[in-house]
Design a protein around this ligand. Structure first.
Ligand code: ATP
Ligand code: MG
Length: 444
């Protein structure tokens, strides 16, 4: 590692300086120190200080009471926001969400001691340099996730830390230190008590990391058994089929690595085959099949995403992608237009990366043929877009108003007529002419 020097952004320098001028201590702390030492750009800069929240508010004026009970005040500087937290000692997290009570302290060491992992428990100020009481720098060099203090105690205080260990391991490509890993495995059964939102946020960080495959570690440690048991069933579901080389679970884990780190896409790969265990059959040759699994996967995706409190927009996109991930189409424009209509024009193009990722995590049996097919469908899709062919009611040359003018009453009858019109123009876009369509379908 290079000579130790962290370059603080000017805002953070000024915040720390203002505290010091007022007679308090202040440091950049946690993730930003870790990331700086790793030569990565920190996602945000947190500050820890001996000043109490009311002092922070007095010194800075433009602040927000973000978590005042836990000593956190957000300091606003221009368009940026910095979380400033008073040195504190945490009590137990009996609600698995917040420490029951926090005690403020004047001792930076006490504040660092409450933090989860050694690599997250370092502080920096230009005046003092690096404060590293628990060997965080050494663990960064050894690429290890190690609990601060007794891992068993630390995981008992807050079980989310078990999932966080996997998360940091996936983000950084680090191993989990042996004792820490052992405690994680012994206590993973307690993670069910953690709030769904906290679990969701850490799960997403694993999925969006450069190593989503590390979700396997969560399975090995018994974490998914508590929060995503559907994955465990997949890990136990073998496949004996020329298209596959992995169990369903291994296939899912590998497929994650073949798609961009976008929330909807990674979630789609996580769920796409989860219905397979329910639909598994073995034929007379011992070959396994999972006919109809996409529908079951789609239902499971909905159930799991609701359980983990995902937003409706994400649920809608992911469910549609999962439902249609097996889609096979004749290589004709009419078929592609109909699919765009059925899947949704917004979601349809996302099926391309999904199908590629799915295929790349399969055996190479017929792989070239599969890719060639996707490429042809994509060409047709792009021509349809370029030509502006109608695939939705919005793009039909006839509107509901037009029909009302001709005496059709709004309701099922109108829906049926518009549907028939769209049906025809999806086969032949040149028929998307108001006069023609009205004459044929709504003529008196
Ligand atoms: P990221 O770059 O993803 O934000 P981070 O290390 O900043 O990573 P946060 O969740 O933002 O992670 O937490 C900030 C810091 O607060 C951590 O570095 C750690 O010191 C401490 N921390 C966060 N959550 C916990 C927890 N559950 N138990 C103990 N310490 C925690
Ligand atoms: Mg952070």
């Amino acid at each position: 590692m290079p000579e130790l020097m962290i370059k603080l952004p000017s805002d953070v320098k000024e915040i720390i300086g203002a505290f010091e001028d007022a007679g308090f201590e202040a440091y950049a702390v946690g993730g930003c120190v870790r990331d700086s030492l790793l030569g990565r750009a920190p996602s945000d800069w947190d500050v820890t200080t001996s000043a109490k929240p009311e002092d922070t508010k007095r010194i800075f004026g433009r602040t927000v009471d973000t978590g005042i009970k836990h000593g956190t005040v957000t300091v606003l500087r221009g368009k940026r926001a910095y979380e400033v937290t008073t040195y504190r000692i945490d009590g137990e997290y009996s609600d698995q969400r917040h420490p029951d009570k926090v005690l403020f302290t004047d001792d930076l060491k006490e504040d660092l001691r409450r933090r989860d992992f050694t690599i997250n428990a370092m502080a920096w100020s230009d005046r003092t340099g690096l404060v590293d009481v628990f060997g965080g720098k050494e663990d960064l060099e050894r690429r290890l996730i190690r609990a601060v203090g007794d891992p068993y105690e630390r995981f008992s205080e807050d079980a989310l830390r078990i999932l966080r260990a996997v998360r940091f391991s996936a983000q950084l490509g680090f191993e989990i230190e042996e004792q820490t890993q052992m405690a994680a495995g012994q206590l993973s059964y307690t993670i069910g008590a953690v709030s769904a939102e906290r679990v969701r946020d850490e799960l997403m960080k694993i999925l969006l990391s450069p190593r989503p495959y590390y979700l396997k570690k969560a399975w090995e440690l018994g974490i998914t058994a508590e929060v995503l048991p559907e994955l465990d069933r997949c890990m136990e579901c073998g496949q004996n089929n020329p298209h596959h080389i992995y169990s369903v679970g291994e296939h899912i884990l590998h497929s994650l690595e073949h798609i961009a780190p976008d929330p909807a896409l990674r979630l789609t790969m996580l769920f796409h085959d989860m219905g397979k265990p329910d639909k598994k059959t073995v034929d007379e040759n011992g070959v396994t099949h999972n006919k109809g699994h996409a529908e079951v996967s789609c239902d499971l995706a909905g159930v799991i995403m609701r359980r983990l409190k995902f937003d409706n927009a994400t649920v809608s996109v992911v469910k549609r992608l999962v439902k249609w991930h097996e889609l096979r189409l004749p290589e004709t424009k009419a078929a592609v237009r109909r699919s765009m209509n059925r899947v949704g024009k917004d979601v349809f193009p996302l099926l391309f990366p999904v199908k590629l990722a799915d295929t790349l995590a399969q055996s190479d049996y017929m792989r070239e043929e599969k890719f060639a097919h996707y490429a042809r469908i994509r060409e047709l899709y792009e021509e349809i877009l370029k030509d502006g062919d109608p695939v939705t009611l919005k793009e039909l040359a006839v509107t509901g108003e037009d029909l009302i003018e001709r005496g059709v009453t709004p309701g099922p009858e109108m829906g049926r007529i518009l549907g028939e019109m769209l049906n025809e123009v999806m086969d032949d876009p040149s028929k998307n002419e108001k006069e023609y369509l009205i004459g044929k379908y709504a003529g008196k």
